[in-house]
Design a protein around this ligand. Structure first.
Ligand code: NAD
Length: 298
C-alpha cells in the first residue's frame, strides 16, 4: 500500500494521519476546516483539494468523522471512485449507519471495514490505538497492515458493524465504571477515608478497573489522569454521552436490558447541561459531589 486518503483531521484524525506519514505512507488529508489541513501539513500530510483529489491514486481511504450521517455523506461521495479500493471508517457511529456504509462500498466494488478505536488522543499520538474491526475476512486482512501503523492492537470482531458493536459495548462499561468509581471516592470523602487509602486498597482488590488505575477521577493518584490537569480532555463528556446514547439506541433495537447504561446516559446528560460537555468525562465526579455548576454560579 503506497497511498492513503485521510478524511477528517480533527483531534483524532490529525495524529492518526501523522502516524501514517511517519511510517512512510504517502498520506493525503482533507477536512472541512482548512486550518486543520494546514496544521496536518506540518506532520507530513499532503493537503488534498477535494474528496476526489484525496482518493484519486490512493489504494485506501480512511474516514475519522463525528457521526453516522457524516460517514454516510462522505462515503456516498467517495464510493463511486473506490472500485477495487479499501474504505475504512474509524469514527464511532451507530451500527445501522456502519452497515449502510458497508452496503455503499459493496455496491461500488470496494472492500470495507468499520474500525472504531479506543485509546484517545494520547493513543493516537503514540500510535498505540486499539482498532475494533467489522467486515469480511478479506477486507480485514487488507486493513490490518494499514491500521498497524496507527495502533498496537487490531482486532477482527466479526462481520459488518461488529467493530462498532464492540466499541459501544466497551464504552458502556467505561461510562458505568467511571461513575461507580467517582461515587466511591465521594463516599470515601464523606466517611473521612483518604483518596490515597481507597486507591491503594481498591487497586489491588475487587473494585479494580481501568477507570480506577489508569484514569482515576480523583487527582494525584495516577500520573496521566486528567484529574491532575483540571479535567482537561482526554475524552470529552460530550463524546461519552454520544457513545452511551448509541449503546442505549442499540439496546432498544436489540431488546437488551441496559438499566445502568440508561442511568449513566442521564447523568452525563445532566453533566453536559451543567456546562461540562467539554470537560474530560472523569469530571463526572463533580456532579456526584454536588459541586455547583459553572452555569449555576453567579
Ligand atoms: P473532531 O470533531 O475533532 O474531528 C472530526 C473532523 O471531521 C472535524 O475536524 C470535521 O471538520 C471533519 N469533517 C466532518 N465532516 C467532514 C467532511 N464532509 N469532509 C471532511 N472533513 C469532515 O472529532 P474527534 O475527537 O477527532 O473524533 C472523531 C471520531 O472518533 C468520533 O466519532 C469520536 O466519537 C471518535 N473517538 C474520539 C476519541 C477522542 O478521545 N477524541 C476517542 C475514541 C473515539
Amino acid at each position: 500500500m503506497r497511498r492513503v486518503a485521510f478524511i477528517g483531521l480533527g483531534n483524532m484524525g490529525r495524529p492518526m494521519a501523522a502516524a501514517l506519514a511517519r511510517a512512510g505512507v504517502e498520506t493525503r488529508g482533507i477536512d472541512l476546516n482548512a486550518s486543520l489541513v494546514k496544521a496536518a501539513a506540518e506532520d507530513g500530510v499532503i493537503a488534498a483539494s477535494s474528496l476526489r483529489d484525496a482518493i484519486g491514486g490512493a489504494e485506501v481511504a480512511i474516514t475519522m468523522l463525528q457521526s453516522g450521517d457524516q460517514t454516510l455523506a462522505v462515503w456516498s461521495e467517495i464510493a463511486p471512485e473506490a472500485r477495487g479500493k479499501l474504505l475504512i471508517d474509524c469514527s464511532t457511529i451507530d451500527v445501522e449507519s456502519a452497515r449502510g456504509a458497508h452496503r455503499l462500498a459493496q455496491a461500488n466494488g470496494a472492500l470495507s471495514v468499520d474500525a472504531p478505536v479506543s485509546g484517545g488522543v494520547a493513543g493516537a499520538k503514540a500510535a498505540t490505538l486499539t482498532f475494533m474491526c467489522g467486515g469480511e475476512a478479506a477486507a480485514f486482512a487488507a486493513a490490518q497492515p494499514v491500521l498497524e501503523h496507527m495502533g498496537a492492537h487490531v482486532l477482527h470482531c466479526g462481520d459488518a458493524g461488529m467493530g462498532q458493536a464492540a466499541k459501544i459495548c466497551n464504552n458502556l462499561m467505561l461510562g458505568v465504571t467511571m461513575i461507580a468509581t467517582a461515587e466511591a471516592f465521594v463516599l470515601a470523602e464523606r466517611l473521612g477515608l483518604s483518596h490515597r487509602a481507597l486507591f491503594e486498597a481498591a487497586s489491588i482488590s475487587s473494585g479494580q478497573s481501568w477507570s480506577l488505575t489508569s484514569y482515576c477521577p480523583a487527582p494525584e493518584l495516577v500520573p496521566t489522569s486528567p484529574a491532575n490537569n483540571d479535567y482537561r480532555p482526554g475524552f470529552m463528556s460530550a463524546l461519552m454521552l454520544k457513545d452511551l446514547r448509541l449503546a442505549q439506541e442499540a439496546a432498544a433495537r436489540a431488546g437488551a436490558a441496559s438499566p445502568l447504561g440508561a442511568a449513566a446516559t442521564q447523568l452525563y446528560a445532566l453533566h453536559q447541561a451543567a456546562g461540562q460537555g467539554g470537560a474530560d468525562f472523569s469530571s463526572i465526579i463533580k456532579l456526584i459531589r454536588g459541586e455547583p455548576s459553572e452555569r449555576g454560579q453567579s
